[in-house]
Ligand binder design. Structure first.
Ligand code: PBG
Ligand code: ZN
Length: 315
């Protein structure tokens, strides 16, 4: 076997898996409450931008070779029904418009209510604090249309409500956005790896948790059913999230479904690598690349990752 490992050129020739910046998606955050770029302790290197910041980030990020961003908003006001998520002049709508005007970046809009609700849940609550599925769908539909109106190229619903893809597809079609694809967060697990994201997006639930709508971590067959349903409802792309601890789910989805497959390397996966590297315990660049290569090898076509810009510059 070592004959094919003797030089870098031979190793490159027989390499089975390659990473390319075209397949990276960088999550980015816009906060209505700030006027200067902000950083968050648990996510070193991840910046939150003020609404005036898009011109620079667009050029900086695109300069690295990354062509797609996943946009999140942090609103100035939160309420019980997350009205900031579907406001015409909401933070994410303005951010989408700003990025489209100042770059030719592909803009994917994360669609959820948890950054916009005062209770921090991904939908509206009944009086016992349980998320009401179908009432939430109406708000997702409005949010999708407002994001597409603002110029989003792709809508990515992340709330894990039943029927969300069908509701959003119908609403987009009715509003004249037949050509806007949906990237479905199909198999999104109830994961402890989302912690740092909630610091950045200010979206931790006040009471309770998301176990009533996100998937149980040990359930593989159920993940396949979730994906199947999303495809039947009209998803154009499917996603597994998180990525690193769920490589078996990624592989099985890649083998079973003839659909573009995304994997989300989430905030906790990123933070752990950054923290160990900051302590000098691991080689950051090599572990970053290895973590991405593993996700790709498992079968992901696209990787949503906070490392996108760094990894693209290395490539
Ligand atoms: C919103 C959303 C979350 C993430 C992406 N979209 C958080 C959550 O479900 O609490 C997590 C991303 C990450 O951890 O990097 N529903
Ligand atoms: Zn949410």
């Amino acid at each position: 076997m070592r004959r094919l490992r003797q030089s870098e050129k031979i190793r490159n020739l027989v390499a089975e898996t390659r990473l390319h910046p075209d397949q990276f998606i960088l999550p980015i955050f816009f906060d209505e409450n700030i006027d200067k770029v902000k950083t968050t302790g648990s996510m070193p290197g991840v910046k939150t931008f003020p609404l005036s910041g898009y011109d620079k980030i667009a050029s900086d990020i695109q300069d690295s070779g990354v062509n797609s961003v996943l946009v999140f908003g942090v609103p100035a006001h939160k309420d019980a029904v997350g009205s900031g998520a579907y406001a015409r002049d909401g933070v994410v709508q303005k951010a989408i418009e700003g990025i489209k005007e100042n770059s030719d970046m592909l803009v994917i809009a994360d669609l959820c209510l948890c950054e916009y609700t005062d209770h921090g849940h991904c939908g509206v609550l009944d009086k016992d604090g349980c998320v009401i599925n179908d009432d939430t769908l109406e708000l997702y539909a409005k949010t999708a249309v407002s994001q597409a109106d603002a110029g989003a190229d792709i809508i990515a619903p992340s709330g894990m409500m039943d029927g969300q893809i069908a509701a959003i597809r119908a609403a987009l079609d009715d509003a004249g956005h037949k050509n806007v694809p949906i990237m479905a967060y199909s198999a999104k697990f109830y994961s402890a790896y989302y912690g740092p994201f909630r610091d950045v997006a200010c979206s931790a639930p006040g009471k309770g948790n998301r176990a009533g709508y996100q998937m149980q971590c040990g359930n593989r067959r159920e993940a396949m059913r979730e994906i199947e349903l999303d495809i039947a409802e009209g998803a154009d792309m499917i996603m597994v999230k998180p990525a690193g601890p769920y490589l078996d789910i990624i592989r099985e989805a890649a083998d079973r479904f003839d659909m573009p497959l995304a994997a989300y390397q989430v905030s906790g996966e990123y933070a752990m690598i950054k923290a160990a590297a900051a302590n000098g315990w691991i080689d950051e660049e090599r572990v970053m690349m290895e973590s991405l290569l593993g996700i790709k090898r498992a079968g992901a076509d696209m990787i949503i990752t906070y490392f996108a810009e760094e990894a693209a510059r290395m490539l």
